[in-house]
Design a protein around this ligand. Sequence first.
Ligand code: RB5
Length: 147
Amino acid sequence: MRWYVGADHAGYCMKDALATMLRGLGDEVIDLGTNSGASVDYPDFGERVARKVAEQQDSLGLLVCGTGVGISMAANKVPGVRAARVTETFSARAAREHNDANVLCLGERVTGAGLAEEIVRVFRDTAFAGGRHARRVEQLAELDRRR
Ligand code: RB5
């Protein structure tokens, strides 16, 4: 699995820890920054990761900001991206199974380190279920085309 990861200054510590975990699982992780606590703007990093995920079929994105909210809003502006801001494992599973989410967004100020790892593992290890969900995901793609 290839991951593109990114964060703002409020999320880079969690992003780094999760990137290390993913590499430990054997995944390829491309870090698009930020890499320090110096203040940056979450839309820049949300867009950067989202564009790569949209280009590279079958890749996944991981984005972290303070809450996961702003960076998910930015990622979802990029056509082809289905970014899910998740705070528990039930939604992590459903985001993949039902929504074919391709970008996972977390909040470093919201979710503890252990739960964040669990969320990433569930998201990584869950496949899209297809079936009736495929029609709905196609409707999301149609919304992109109409934008
Ligand atoms: C940065 O202070 C904070 O606003 C940002 O990380 C994020 O939480 C926005 O949604």
